[in-house]
Design a protein around this ligand. Structure first.
Ligand code: I3S
Length: 128
């Protein structure tokens, strides 16, 4: 399940808690809703599950399904411009399906690692 996934990752894969919000869905702007989410990068997929504090306990095993998943194939990643968010260390992720997400961490080392990992995953084009 989702929990187990964190302990069985390949070197190119990552797991951690990040702040996430969608800003566009299927090409349409949606209202921001910043949420602390467990985030797993596995293959060409980014999976999100609600973190602690949401009522469900991660360690209780109740969170076995991701809340949403993002297909990274054909997507793009860049540092978000200031007009996208007032927060620091924000990544803007765009998918080929027209979903845009902002991904943020207060820790610049953490977010830089994620930026590299996402960039590496997308730039391999290994799915082609
Ligand atoms: O881009 P915006 O609209 O200034 O984003 C802020 C709002 O979504 C705000 O919520 P409401 O306006 O729905 O109450 C959030 O609390 C802020 O965090 C959003 O801005 P940042 O700059 O934090 O991404």
């Amino acid at each position: 399940d989702f929990f187990y996934a964190c302990f069985s990752l390949q070197p190119s894969e990552k797991c951690g808690v990040l702040n996430v919000t969608k800003i566009t869905e299927h090409g349409k702007k949606v209202r921001k809703n910043w949420t602390s989410s467990w985030t797993v990068l596995q293959g060409f997929t980014l999976l999100f599950a609600k973190g602690q504090g949401g009522g469900t306990s991660w360690f209780g095993g109740s969170q076995s399904k991701p809340e949403f998943t993002v297909d990274l194939r054909g997507g793009s990643v860049e540092w978000a411009s200031k007009d996208k968010s007032s927060k620091k260390h924000v990544i803007e992720l765009k998918t080929r399906q027209g979903t845009e997400l902002l991904i943020q961490s207060e820790n610049d080392g953490v977010i830089t690692d994620w930026y590299r990992a996402l960039q590496d995953t997308i730039s391999t084009h290994a799915w082609e």
